[in-house]
Ligand binder design. Sequence first.
Ligand SMILES: O=c1[nH]c(=O)c2nc[nH]c2[nH]1
Length: 457
Amino acid sequence: MDARGRTIRGRFIHAPRPDGIEILSDALVAVDERGTISAVSTPAESGHADRLSAARDAGTLVELPRRASVLPGFVDLHIHAPQYPQLGKALDVPLEIWLYRYTFPLEARYADLAFAERSYRLLVGDLLAGGTTTALYFATLHGEATLLLAAICLELGQRALVGKVAMDHPDNCPAFYRDADADAAIEGTRALIREVGRLEGNDGLVHAVATPRFIPACTDALLEGLGALVGECGCHVQTHCSESDWAHGYVLARHGRTDAEMLDRFGLLTRRTVLAHSNFLTPQDMNRVAARGAAVAHCPLSNAYFANSVFPLRAALARGVRVGLGTDISGGPISSMLDAQRMAITASRMLETGVDPDVPAERRGRPGSRIDVPLAFHLATAGGADALDLPVGSFAAGRQFDAILVDPDAPGSTLRLFDDVDGEEDYLEKIVHTATRANLATVWVAGRPVAGAASGG
Ligand SMILES: O=c1[nH]c(=O)c2nc[nH]c2[nH]1
């Protein structure tokens, strides 16, 4: 069902703030012809009954099934599009070996546009079906294939920020997969920004992002040049930051300073920066990141394989760092943002209690670390939207209607609601823990149905 020009009546669940969810029962959400929400109301509000009859009289009212709920679409704040073909495998070695052994050879194959087209088309379709309505993508160092990814997102209707990976350091990038030099990487980034802006029909759905892979893969000249470009054009920036013992230690050894300090010196730590992982941020780093207004993409599943630690999410939030969630495929072997939420909750519980039974309970964990479903859901929706300053992630007038219809009665459902056991207040917890793609009946971006059994997608 196309939501543009319609008023939708049903249950809407969102978490505009980190401290809890709002359930808008029997609500009306009106969507204009451009996919922007024009009004939201619940039965207790004045004018609601009039709006209901007006929509009914105009024939624009859509009534959703009683047991269904509408959620904001998910924002994947860190994902490597070219790594999709190795999703679910090659997770047996540390980060620095994984890059050389598996990942750089795979990413190098995107010089072949036919390969890129097949892989990217499959990925974007699968992500939309999984409810990811916005994605912040690392692509590869190839300009043409990266532009193709942007075009595919536009065609299939996914809101996206897409980066040509910049990496030129001869010590940490193989000869077969690195930019020729700093100038080539900077010019490639500049060209992508220009070309994405010129894609036919792109009225702001897809953007280009400056994407220095991480400090170890970049020369100082490249980082300086990208910082200057970002200062000039104000585009978004994404990079990996203090991810693992090795990556964090490498930057300290090369510069005598942390990743966050160095990114700041290079002009790469701005309100439009997203730092993936960031597990080893110091308290001073967190203050610096918060002061610059940069955000962290927390990738709990991938951290279990490559980060040697759990990201101290509560500590970062307490210091005012903006945080969203990422799948980090294929470092994280699952592309679903439902799984990212589950893993964020699980990892936080393990950080809180600690994991080694040989250590006494009182010294085993980090008290006060746990997060719950509402906070994980906030991070996956409004938190990610806020990190990108995009008008999505919750239901309010002026925001884009990027949304997911969750149907517990869909064929193949794994979400079991018991009317005589569950109240409305239980629905979100059950959805986050037990729903699968089968339950995502329709996925909308800017009101356009882009996936889901009920959308014909
Ligand atoms: O999880 C990760 N995936 C990557 O592709 C990568 N590159 C640098 N650091 C990285 N970490």
